[in-house]
Design a protein around this ligand. Structure first.
Ligand SMILES: [Zn+2]
Length: 376
């Protein structure tokens, strides 16, 4: 289905759009099947290209979209069921020119997740996310959005001591071309939105409080975004969050005041900002109000995926009403703070809980839209 415009309501206000971030916990039987295949040593290790696993992946996607639609979600994703082994590595998993000992992301509970390290050039994606979109759009009756990983995250694959015969500049050229190709393929296939996952933005401030690393990430991502027309950018978004894995984060202690002024320099029309889990939402909303560009729509996080408590529709309504004090309704949207399972093997949240929270987001956004005179 092609992207749909939001129609003004009889009262003149545009609707308040609501969208998921992307990931839904994989069904336990899919995780078990992938683990079995890995145990017997078959290649390519249970990833989404493994023909033996195709029926299990297909069933997971079908069920995910059915449950999204049952929850009333006006925009759905495939739940990132085929993103193996996570939101950041799906495009490069299984590349022969990588080693497993790459950049490590440290989480607040002490566990780490590692990226692969590039061992030689040239750098190419192994798969583009529009392949996931193809499958999802076969099942969906409503618009489908697609998340892709940022170039700045994948730039961490290039080793600090360089690669003989393949300079960092060559790598960056290849990386930006692959990323731009991926976004264009998703847009051309009719993705409702293409969301660039930029969780490493807030992490960059933690790693380098001077802001230099963050600004280098912003510049890099803008090299790609500047290739798109203003019309394309209205369908391109950026997601920021403090990381979400096993109820832990990697950069929640970084004040949004250090991130958001730079974030809004990104040439994108939509921003998906984790907010529900913040200790002082009004502080964050004040910063957003101050630095948001006039044409940027802000999807505020109204659901905390890592919180085992299921929010009520009234909780969500109140959070939207709060955000509406700081942002014009026609540039406001709602989302979840993050995906519910950005990493493949994470079952700390059940599918039932994830969809109950999504239903609360949809209903609560509609309640607030009613109060604000916008069409739900
Ligand atoms: Zn996130």
């Amino acid at each position: 289905m092609m992207a749909q415009e939001h129609h003004p309501s009889p009262t003149g206000h545009a609707a308040i759009p609501t969208e998921p971030i992307g990931s839904i916990p994989r069904p336990p039987h899919l995780i078990e099947r992938v683990a079995q295949v890995r145990q017997v040593g078959q290649v390519p290790q249970g990833d989404s290209d493994d023909p033996a696993l195709a029926p299990a992946y297909e069933e997971a996607i079908r069920d995910t979209i059915e449950r999204f639609e049952a929850a009333g979600s006006p925009v759905v994703t495939d739940g990132e069921q085929k993103k193996y082994d996570c939101f950041a590595t799906y495009a490069v998993h299984g590349l022969p020119n990588t080693a497993p000992d790459g950049f490590a992301i440290a989480f607040s509970d002490g566990h780490t997740r590692r990226l692969a390290r590039l061992t030689r050039g040239p750098f190419r994606y192994r798969r583009y996310a529009d392949g996931f979109l193809d499958v999802a759009m076969r099942y969906a009756h409503v618009p489908v959005k697609q998340a892709v990983i940022s170039p700045s995250a994948l730039s961490l694959m290039y080793p600090a001591d360089g690669i003989a015969g393949y300079s960092r500049d060559q790598f960056i050229d290849d990386l930006l071309r692959e990323h731009e190709t991926e976004i264009r393929r998703c847009l051309n296939k009719g993705a409702h939105k293409v969301q660039v996952d930029f969780t490493e933005g807030r992490l960059a401030v933690k790693l380098d409080p001077s802001g230099h690393l963050l600004n280098s990430f912003i510049d890099l991502n803008n090299l790609a975004l500047s290739q798109f027309s203003p019309e394309d950018r209205r369908r391109i978004g950026v997601h920021t969050c403090p990381g979400n894995d096993f109820r832990a984060s990697h950069s929640a202690d970084v004040d949004y005041a250090e991130l958001l002024p730079s974030l809004f320099e990104l040439k994108a029309g939509n921003f998906y900002i984790a907010l529900a889990g913040e200790p002082d939402r009004r502080h964050v909303l004040r910063i957003i109000r101050k630095y948001r560009k006039p044409d940027q729509r802000i999807f505020v996080g109204v659901i905390a995926p890592g919180d085992p408590r299921i929010e009520t529709a009234e909780d969500v309504r109140d959070r939207v009403m709060e955000a509406s004090e700081f942002l014009p309704i026609d540039h406001l949207g709602t989302t979840d703070d993050c995906g519910f399972s950005p990493f493949f093997d994470n079952t700390s949240t059940s599918r039932d809980t994830a969809f109950a929270k999504i239903q609360a987001r949809v209903r609560g956004t509609a309640l607030a839209a009613n109060l604000l005179g916008a069409q739900p």
